[in-house]
Design a protein around this ligand. Structure first.
Ligand SMILES: N[C@@H](CCC(=O)N[C@@H](CS)C(=O)NCC(=O)O)C(=O)O
Length: 228
């Protein structure tokens, strides 16, 4: 019997949810285990399986028999090679390269200002000066995000997806924009193409499940968000 894929995920882990969306879009069976997470202590204590598999000590980690993988981008590439249908990368090298750049944008460039909003999920910093600095950094991040939303809206234009058909670029951008929304960043609604794309993705079971589970996890784990 082929052993089932095992995914170490986190209830509020953006990057783990990317992997879950890809697995669910492809209909790949997997066994999911959530590592411990609280707003107060983050991922401490680290899960032993994550420590063993990932020198960066982060989720997601995917275990396939004797192969352990970390980093959502590497995992998505592996899953697409293992289960090529439906493909999550375009057909030509040039299109694939553009698509990978958009995924990198979502994970690293667009995510950088989103990271500045993450303090909003945590208990306020006990040092009022540090709290105020976080608030100011959050406001600056929102300005940057507003400009990025306009840019992405223009880039998407009349296309249904960022790279022709559903791809890792849509998955990465969806997750980063979902975080923008849950953290009180600028709304998508004024950006008509982007907002319609986001709504279309939410109609897909894999995306809707990730969004619903994150909302449920926030209700349990992030009371600071509810009181904003
Ligand atoms: N580039 C990595 C980022 C992974 C990452 O940042 N994981 C977060 C959860 S979403 C984590 O485990 N953070 C704990 C830490 O960095 O100590 C990926 O794409 O998987």
């Amino acid at each position: 019997m082929v052993p089932m894929l095992k995914l170490y995920s986190g209830p509020l882990s953006l990057f783990s949810r990317k992997v879950e969306i890809a697995l669910n879009e492809k209909g790949i069976p997997y066994d999911r285990e959530f590592v411990a997470f609280t707003q107060e202590r983050g991922y401490q204590p680290r899960h032993p399986a994550v420590l063993a598999a990932n020198p960066k000590r982060q989720v997601p980690v995917l275990v396939d028999g004797d192969l352990s993988l970390f980093d959502s981008t590497i995992i998505l590439e592996y899953l697409d090679e293992l289960y090529p249908s439906p493909p999550l990368y375009p057909a030509t090298p040039q299109e694939r390269a553009r698509c990978r750049l958009l995924e990198l944008d979502a994970d690293e460039i667009l995510f950088a200002p989103v990271r500045q909003l993450l303090f909003r999920t945590e208990p306020p910093h006990p040092d009022p000066a540090r709290h105020e600095a976080n608030v100011l950094a959050g406001k600056e991040a929102e300005k940057l995000l507003e400009a990025r939303l306009a840019e992405l809206d223009g880039r998407l234009g009349r296309q249904d997806f960022f790279c022709g058909s559903l791809s890792v670029a849509d998955i990465g951008l969806f997750m980063t924009l979902l975080f923008t929304q849950r953290l009180g960043g600028p709304p998508l609604a004024p950006h008509l193409s982007l907002a319609a794309w986001y709504r279309r993705l939410l109609e897909r079971a894999a995306f809707a499940r990730a969004a619903a589970e994150i909302a449920a996890a926030d209700r349990e784990l992030s009371p600071a968000l509810a009181s904003r």
